[in-house]
Design a protein around this ligand. Structure first.
Ligand code: URA
Length: 285
């Protein structure tokens, strides 16, 4: 089934059930499940710089575990992997598809602990037709409270980085591997990341960005299925589906280790050059 047809069918099924609009909201349904069978990331570890990739350790994260709760997954919204082979959606279709997916995420209870402790899910924000997506780890306390990714201290730093690239937050799309805050901001477990993967996979299939910037090890591990240190993966482009992927340090790491800011700036200059975005003369060197 094509992506378009699947979305139309999904929306028609809403209509026949009497749903006339899909709202953004903080609904906490009891038993929704991710809409596709969870799969490991189909990333290709291939550089596009012409030089060899730093041979990443190929220890892939464990395959997704079965759902923690018992009810069967709901019907697929669409096959995210097949979607990459189809025509991209137009802006309105993307907005509609993201809203449907956001409702599913809002009701997710796959990770019992996270579902019980979150204030709300944090889906993603930004341009539905982005050239560039920033992929982080998981919401923190501020994001959990406000429902938007990267709005706390690390988020303010990310915003500065985006603006230094002569872009605005609303030009790009920002999302996380996990849609729920892990208690105490602990690192997400592989099982949690696997539970959330179908949502991220579908988001990326809808957004179809030309570029993805992985912020930190959790994003790298999930998208590229490697455990290689971020420092060894920097400076080269990898491939995920149709997107070119660049790896850099997470803004939270920069808050703890400010000297690494210059490395991130080097990465951003590489990314902007590949995107054909001119930086001011002062910022080029
Ligand atoms: N760190 C992340 O990885 N994501 C956020 O949204 C905030 C902090």
């Amino acid at each position: 089934m094509t992506l378009r047809r699947a979305i139309v069918q999904e929306l028609e099924s809403y209509a026949s059930a009497g749903v006339t609009e899909v709202r953004k909201g903080r609904r906490r349904a009891k038993s929704s499940q991710p809409s596709t069978p969870a799969k490991a990331a189909p990333a290709t570890i291939a550089t596009t710089t012409g030089r060899a990739a730093a041979s990443p350790k190929t220890t892939a994260p464990p395959r997704p575990a079965p759902a923690a709760t018992s009810s069967a997954p709901s019907a697929s919204l669409f096959d995210a992997q097949a979607a990459w082979a189809n025509e991209p959606l137009d802006r309105g279709q993307r907005v509609a598809a993201l809203e449907v997916l956001q409702q599913q995420v809002a009701g997710c209870t796959r990770c019992r602990e996270l579902a019980d402790t979150r204030t709300q899910t944090v889906f993603g924000v930004g341009n539905p037709q982005p050239r560039l997506v920033f992929l982080g780890e998981a919401p923190g306390a501020d994001e959990d409270r406000l429902g938007e990714p990267f709005v706390g201290r690390a988020g303010q730093l990310l915003t500065k980085i985006i603006e230094a690239c002569t872009l605005r937050r609303e030009d790009v799309y920002i999302l996380n591997v996990l849609k729920c805050r892990p208690p105490g901001n602990r690192t997400p477990t592989d099982e949690e990341a696997a539970h959330c993967w179908p949502y991220l996979e579908q988001q990326l299939a809808i957004l179809r960005p030309e570029f993805i910037c992985c912020l930190g090890a959790v994003a790298v591990r999930r998208l590229l299925s490697v455990t290689t240190a971020v420092g060894r993966l920097r400076g080269q482009f990898f491939t995920y589906q149709g997107s070119q992927v660049l790896v850099t340090y997470h803004p939270s790491y920069l808050l703890r280790n400010p000297p690494a800011k210059k490395d991130v700036w080097e990465d951003m200059k590489l990314l902007m050059a590949r995107m054909g975005i001119e930086l001011g003369a002062r910022d080029k060197g």
